[in-house]
Design a protein around this ligand. Structure first.
Ligand code: AMP
Length: 304
């Protein structure tokens, strides 16, 4: 049994109202794997980097138990580079640069040792790459969790719809849900999106928490009010990692367990935004995670 994570491992340049970083390690799969590693220890990464990527970060992933045999290193190309600038509200951002580099011709090869995975997270990548990975798995995983972004909703909608048909859980933000469904109401959007394939839908609303939709049920988890938010980059991926890591650890895909996974995902995301890039995730320990979970439980204890 294992959790397979597909996604970008990258360099990011980030500007927020609180500071600027020119070239730090990021990428959806970096955040997902690190976050999931706090719950589960059989995490198998499929991704690609270039000759310029620091081996030290790969070691840090390995130290957290992440298997990187599926991380391809392309000798004559640069790593994926993304740059974004956040607005004052820290919820919205502009993408300034997307240099695909190694991602342009990325072929997601699944090492033999990664076959028979029970859980898969398809991190934010071209939907065709996401679907190729799924088709290469000899056995259909029990749960396919997927993330995407506005970039793919705009540029590869047909391919995205195809991947969605193979997905069980979609995790996106409110803006993406509206864009994908063409509906402003998140309730209406959730029905339309679940008709596209995923039985479960998580809609993240930044500092306003996250919603989980399943059949006629809705579960809401608030976000923890924080004094300082330095950098929201990767918060969504960190959420997905915590969510998937907890599901894999508990080996339970019921709606009731998914509610708990949403709370763990939210707790992990609340750490991510406290420092730039992956810095905070790399310095956390299990005690921090438990304390944060208790803060979430207190926050929404209605005392009945
Ligand atoms: P998030 O803040 O959760 O949306 O994720 C941010 C991460 O996504 C950054 O670390 C980027 O490197 C990565 N990213 C941004 N655009 C893309 C893209 N088009 N494909 C793959 N990864 C991306």
């Amino acid at each position: 049994m294992s959790l397979l994570v597909l996604g970008s491992v990258a360099f990011d340049a980030i500007e927020t109202p609180f500071g600027k970083k020119d070239k730090i390690v990021g990428g959806a799969a970096s955040y997902i794997s690190l976050s999931a590693s706090f719950f589960y220890n059989k995490i198998n990464l499929v991704s690609v980097v270039g000759y310029d990527f620091p081996g030290n970060f790969i070691k840090q992933l390995n130290n957290r138990g992440v298997d990187t045999r599926g991380l391809q290193i392309v000798k004559n190309e640069k790593s994926f580079f993304w740059s974004g600038k956040y607005h004052n509200d820290m919820n919205s951002r502009d993408t300034l640069v997307t240099e695909l580099n190694v991602l342009e011709n990325f072929d997601p090869i699944v090492p033999e040792e990664y076959q028979n995975c029970k859980y898969v997270v398809l991190g934010n990548l071209h939907p065709v790459v996401q679907s190729i990975l799924l088709k290469r798995l000899e056995k259909r995983p029990e749960l396919v969790i997927m993330d995407t972004m506005n970039f793919w909703i705009e540029s590869a909608k047909k391919e995205l719809r195809n991947t969605l048909e193979m997905t069980d859980v979609l995790i996106i933000n409110d803006e993406e849900a509206r864009q994908l469904s063409g509906e402003y109401s998140l309730l209406k959007a959730s029905r339309i999106i679940r008709n596209m394939g995923p039985r479960y839908l998580v809609i993240k609303k930044g500092e306003h928490g996250a919603l989980l939709f399943y059949n006629n049920e809705i579960f809401y988890c608030p976000a923890l009010p924080l004094e300082e938010v330095f950098d929201p980059t990767g918060a969504g991926d960190t959420f997905a990692g915590g969510f998937a890591g907890f599901i894999a650890k508990s080996d339970d895909t019921s709606f009731d367990n998914m509610k708990k996974a949403v709370v763990y995902g939210s707790a992990m995301a609340s750490f991510c935004v406290e420092k730039f890039g992956t810095e905070k995730l790399l310095e956390l320990n299990d005690i921090d995670v438990n304390e944060r979970l208790n803060m979430f439980l207190k926050l929404s204890d209605m005392g009945f």
